[in-house]
Design a protein around this ligand. Structure first.
Ligand code: SF4
Ligand code: FE
Length: 501
């Protein structure tokens, strides 16, 4: 099959007849639901841009499995150049959507599993890698969206998976059959869960002996029997139910998270990629997280570009663009945003080839990237709110602006810089609100904190890879630590002696 059109993607999603619950009700026409549709539009954009020749270099890649052109979201990275292009593609999509466009979790999952299945086979004599390659080819040839699902609900964080009072808080195998396995559990905060054709499940933490039933990785169709979704709320989401495009700030695009439930789902062996090999669950978690921490050096930067642009436009419309402190704040926002991009590119360019042949990012730099992402978007958002002014959160509604009697009053009192229509000033302030406090803030702020692992997870990885001993050796060598010391030379030179020198 050739690359899909955005329309074909939306239709294929509708054809899945997914089991989605929102506000306590099961949805029928979910692809046209006003709360869900903006998130579908985001993924549709990954199809749209792939069809535009000017973006082909970023959006398309050559499959190492078939030699065919595929959407980069289904590609296994073959070089550091591929890794860098991935980050640039994500920045582009962040710019076009001002939102989380969701398709990256599947891309990061296939790239992590590609090397881990290979190494598991080498060590254990299993047959996961060949199966997995077949599956990747299936994704590529059908131009599918896969959802990489990692985060279990986890219950009591002080207990191992097998020690939990309710075993289902970690997804686990409940039955092994001749033809496959049966799994039960859930994946939480699942980005793009209801917008995917396929699900790729991975374990959520490094497992130990006793956790064999929880060390499981597999793929299944998003509409597999027993899979259903409970849609996550976002701040200000019901504004999308109002019939106007003003108060939402970004009417066309949005992110999506859901609780994905597996109620005794059967998975045939051909789609199982880890089954009880506890010692490989840690590597899978680290590699997926590493790839997704790299991803944030692209997607958050693209959304940051939109927020910086919105703040600068708000300054123009407020008539303060020439104020030196405004210019300086915009410079600071740009500096922070480009620092994140630098991290995304750095961990890509320093990537390494894995034994399986694919390329992986530099883990230390990817974790540094994400650690910065837990901070800089917050500062960029703070500065955007500073520049936008308080009106961003006190403005009357679209209905007030449209009202025959009070609309003109709203227009009169919320006018800014002389040439700017009030409606446009309201539009741009609503966009800042959307990105910093509304639905998109899920992706830009809180997800920057917790997505791809909370800050402490990166600090652990940074600690592990910082090679402090090497740094100590450098310092000791320069300081002369351990060398014999001649006490006799420790004299303060006289003025005469130093003059002679
Ligand atoms: Fe992609 Fe960023 Fe969304 Fe993750 S948070 S799925 S990297 S857009
Ligand atoms: Fe994310």
């Amino acid at each position: 099959m050739a690359l899909r059109t955005p329309e074909e993607f939306v239709q294929s999603l509708a054809d899945l007849h997914l089991q989605i619950y929102l506000f306590g009700e099961k949805l029928d026409d979910y692809v046209n639901h006003p709360i869900i549709r903006p998130s579908i539009n985001c993924i549709a954009m990954t199809y749209e841009l792939a069809r535009q020749p000017e973006f082909a270099d970023l959006m398309l890649a050559t499959s190492h499995l078939t030699g065919n052109k595929v959407n980069r979201f289904t590609h296994i990275h073959q070089s550091t150049d591929d890794l860098a292009k991935k980050v640039k593609m994500q920045r582009l999509l962040g710019q076009k959507t001002g939102s989380c466009f969701q398709r990256c979790v599947g891309m990061d999952a296939i790239n992590a599993l590609y090397s881990v299945t290979y190494e598991t086979d080498q060590a254990k004599g299993t047959e996961y890698h060949a199966r997995f390659k077949k599956y990747v080819q299936y994704l590529q040839e059908n131009d599918l969206v896969a959802d990489g699902a990692m985060t279990d609900p986890k219950g009591d964080r002080g207990l191992a998976p097998h020690e939990q009072p309710d075993p289902d808080v970690y997804l686990h195998i409940v039955e092994r059959r001749d033809e496959g396995i049966v799994v039960r559990g859930a994946k939480a905060h699942q980005t793009g869960a209801c917008n995917s054709h396929e699900i790729i499940v991975m374990p959520t933490v490094a497992m130990r002996e006793g956790d064999e039933d929880y060390a499981v990785s597999f793929s299944c169709p998003a509409n597999a029997r027993g899979v259903y979704y409970i849609y996550g709320r976002q701040s200000c989401d019901t504004r999308k139910l109002e019939d106007n495009d003003l108060d939402v700030g970004n009417a066309r695009f949005g992110g999506q998270e859901a609780l994905m439930v597996f109620d005794d789902v059967f998975v045939p062996w051909e789609n199982v990629y880890l089954c009880g090999e506890v010692e490989f669950s840690g590597a899978l978690v680290e590699r997926f997280a590493g790839f997704h921490r790299q991803s944030y050096g692209g997607c958050k930067v693209g959304v940051g570009d939109v927020l910086i642009g919105a703040a600068a436009t708000a300054a123009d419309m407020n008539g303060v663009a020439k104020a030196s402190h405004i210019k300086d704040k915009l410079i600071e926002m740009t500096h922070l945003n480009e620092t994140l991009f630098s991290c995304g590119l750095a961990c890509s360019h320093e990537g390494v080839q894995m034994p399986a042949g694919n390329y992986q990012i530099d883990m230390l730099l990817a974790n540094v990237c994400k650690q910065n992402v837990t901070r800089f978007p917050y500062e960029i958002a703070r500065l955007a709110e500073d520049i936008a002014g308080g009106l961003m959160v006190t403005m009357p509604s679209a209905q007030d602006l449209a009202d025959e009697k009070i609309g003109p009053i709203v227009e009169k009192f919320f006018v800014g810089q002389c040439d700017t229509p009030t409606i446009d000033r309201m539009r741009i302030l609503r966009l800042v609100e959307n990105l910093t406090l509304g639905t998109a803030a899920v992706g830009y702020r809180t997800e920057s904190m917790h997505g791809a692992g909370s800050p402490q997870a990166q600090r652990i990885m940074i600690g592990r890879q910082s090679n402090i001993n090497h740094k100590k050796e450098l310092a000791k060598a320069l300081a002369g630590v351990g060398k014999p010391w001649d006490k006799g030379k420790a004299k303060v030179p006289t003025a005469e002696a130093s003059h002679r020198r």
